[in-house]
Design a protein around this ligand. Sequence first.
Ligand code: FAD
Length: 382
Amino acid sequence: MIVGGGGTGGALAHDLALRGLRVTLVERGEITSGTTGRHHGLLHSGARYAVKDRESAVECIEENRILRTIAPGSFELNDGLFVALTDEEAAYEKLFFDSCEASQIPARRVGRAEALRLEPNLNPDLRCAVQVPDGTMDAMRLPLRFFATARRNGADIRPFTEVVGMSMTTPTSVDGVQVVDRASGRRYDIGADLVVNAAGPWGEKISRMGGVDVPIQPSPGILVAVRGRFANMVINRLHASGDGDIVLPQRELSVIGTSSWVTDDPDHLAVPADHVEAMFREGSAMIPSLRGARIRASWSAARPLIGERGASTGRELSRTFKCFDHEADDGVSGFVTIAGGKATTLRAMAESTADMVCRKLGVDRPCATRETELLPHTAYYA
Ligand SMILES: Cc1cc2nc3c(=O)[nH]c(=O)nc-3n(C[C@H](O)[C@H](O)[C@H](O)COP(=O)(O)OP(=O)(O)OC[C@H]3O[C@@H](n4cnc5c(N)ncnc54)[C@H](O)[C@@H]3O)c2cc1C
């Protein structure tokens, strides 16, 4: 039983179904209606994390390579440019470049003139740039390919089915979930050998239903989409991660992101006006013509980061992921949580979780998702 139909739950359903397990996934809304369907759309090369979060950088570049082979056609393989605008950023370039190399991220130094040839809308005062294999993805279509393939292999995917409690024969044993069908209002139980909590920023709430605590810190950020493509590559600012320092072309839009704060309630997220202003200010520092761009939409979503409550903005927390075995950690059997990570690392998160699930259920089948090409996203609706 998987709780949560974001990218993580979908990739896990696919992995477990390929290994021959009987899988049911429940999602309280439409598939990808949580954080997954609202993310920036960046297929990370890992460069953003190379200096300060090496583990996450290495995960990203490995998964970037695998996703290109198992989900052909799902990405705009446009590469990314990290641009230095100040003396300080130009001085940071060496550390950035060396850190990319140390993380096995192919990086190429690009001079000012070449950067402007590649992307004529860039700020002409830029000092230097570094090119890396970032890409653009559709936040919904990539995970839909995992759901489509999982379902073709027998997984039972139930959207609009909300978990409202755990079925527990004793206070230390989870045997399934209690759900409400949000279309009909019917309440029923679903028994399971093992329940995996893949509820992203809602993961802590689900874990409490099983009587355990997981350190998930929901960390929202906003995104602003404007009409028109202002660059064809993903444009990033060459400095430590900050607000509004990525401009990503997405079809005929450009999406500027993001900001970062922390919250206890991922259901009620604001889109603060000063954050929208910051997206324009920082985005137009890299691409001056963005200042006059017309807004198509602005929205927010919450990252499911691992970390004890009390973080200041969320930027200090790693983007890596972790599987929690609640039997080993808390003495509650039949219950596992997967948390953290990125949309880029959904397959790796699923592989680690499926390995844990198989170990616990005594199933000896290797992961096959690295080499299994996914069905197209349209197959989900077929
Ligand atoms: C602003 C922003 C920008 C980002 N940009 C990028 C990016 O460009 N590239 C990248 O790789 N990553 C990006 N990320 C990170 C990425 O979006 C997340 O790491 C990823 O989408 C999390 O997926 P998930 O499946 O773990 O969580 P979710 O997608 O949130 O899935 C959890 C699901 O659980 C469901 N659920 C909750 N409670 C219940 C319940 N009681 N019963 C049933 N279901 C329930 C929710 O409805 C939800 O659909 C970004 C994140 C943010 C916030």
